[in-house]
Design a protein around this ligand. Structure first.
Ligand SMILES: [Zn+2]
Length: 374
């Protein structure tokens, strides 16, 4: 059984690429795709109010199971009305399974067939996470889209390891499906692994399709591999996934990666890049990235991106933003985050419009032309 309250409709197929325009219906509202999902690791998208997120067009945000499980605890969040109420976000929330963070702990964790024992990065306390517990934690938090618990394989990895890990992730995916309660209305997504091995990506996709999920993600990308290799894995894997289900490329990426991902058939993306880079003074624009720290912006009265319509670009100069950054002011992070997320969300809305109007390839050419012109 799959969730009755979750649907995906493909509205339009681009004739010259794999790009598709779609619409997801979750129990907490509609999501137009392709979509970028801002990351709210600890029950907050760092540096921005939920109202502002809504104003600039965020349709769904991410929560991190690992972080919320350790602090403040999923049961406390549930007692306080669930993650939406706790953080004052009205829209849909997707939670990751915790697998990515747990496996990133390296020496601090050990894997068995049952699950993963790990030490908290906060206080060194020992915890255990299994497929069943991950699903329970995500359900308790109140996620609208729940992700299967899997291992995100590091890069590079020996083929034997990829083989063993991917097979275990498939067995865990089956257990996640068993533990999931579709009658509550949340969707459950499976995650294709297989590292950089094309045949193992195929096998992983086939095994997940056999189990049956509401949507399918591609995990284990943007882990240090070359961009061309990442595109090759997307190109190989995305067409293996059903046309009538949403496809989510996890942890990706740069504006260029989003355009390339869409053209290969991806519908959903998430990445910490716009928010993390903002706090480091790196800003995304239609002509590429800029670092606001640079001395050349000291007396620059122009907006970050003169073609951007966001609140920051309408009201503040590069010189002022550089000053805030150099002075270590909190407002630097707030304004930079606002602009970067606006840029990402606006990029996705332009992509959706181009797909609606049947001119995605023209959009893509113009996107690259502006970057080259800079
Ligand atoms: Zn702006």
């Amino acid at each position: 059984m799959q969730s009755q309250m979750f649907t995906f409709t493909k509205l339009k197929q681009d004739p010259r690429s794999q790009a598709r325009r779609g619409r997801m219906l979750t129990r907490r509202g509609v999501i137009e795709t392709p979509v970028f999902m801002p990351v709210g690791t600890q029950g907050t998208v760092k540096g921005i109010l939920p109202e502002t997120l809504q104003e600039i067009g965020a349709q769904i945000i991410l929560g991190n199971t690992y972080h919320l499980f350790l602090r403040p605890g999923h049961e406390l969040v549930s007692q306080l009305g669930g993650l939406q109420k706790f953080m004052h976000w009205d829209g849909p929330i997707l939670t990751d399974s915790g697998g990515f963070q747990v496996f990133s702990l390296g020496a601090l964790r050990s894997i068995t067939e049952e699950g993963v024992t790990f030490q908290s990065h906060l206080d060194g306390s020992r915890h255990f996470l299994s497929p069943e517990l991950s699903i329970e934690v995500q359900r308790t938090l109140g996620a609208d889209i729940i992700m299967a618990f899997d291992e995100c394989i590091p890069y590079p990895a020996a083929r034997d390891y990829v083989l063993e890990s991917t097979a275990r992730s498939s067995r865990w995916a089956e257990r996640c499906k068993q533990a999931h309660q579709p009658e509550l209305g949340a969707a459950l997504f499976g995650i294709v692994q297989g590292g950089m091995e094309l045949d193992l990506r195929t096998r992983s996709a086939e095994e997940l399709l056999e189990i049956g999920f509401d949507g399918y993600a591609i995990g284990g990308l943007s882990v240090g591999e070359e961009t061309e290799l990442m595109y090759r894995i997307m190109e190989h894997t995305l067409p293996l996934l059903p046309d009538e289900k949403p496809r989510y490329v996890m942890g990706v990426g740069t504006p260029e990666n989003l355009v390339e991902g869409v053209s290969r058939g991806a519908d959903m993306f998430d990445c910490v890049m716009p928010t993390r880079n903002a706090r480091n003074g790196v800003l995304f624009t239609s002509f590429g990235k800029i670092s606001i720290k640079q001395a050349r912006f000291r007396d620059d009265s122009a907006a970050i991106d003169p073609t951007c319509s966001c609140y920051v670009c309408r009201n503040y100069s590069r010189a002022y933003l550089r000053h805030l950054y150099q002075s270590n002011e909190i407002l630097a992070s707030v304004l930079n985050t606002h602009h970067n997320l606006h840029y990402y969300l606006d990029l996705m809305s332009s992509i959706r419009l181009a797909l609606d109007q049947g001119r995605f390839s023209e959009f893509s050419s113009e996107f690259y032309r502006q970057r080259r012109a800079a």
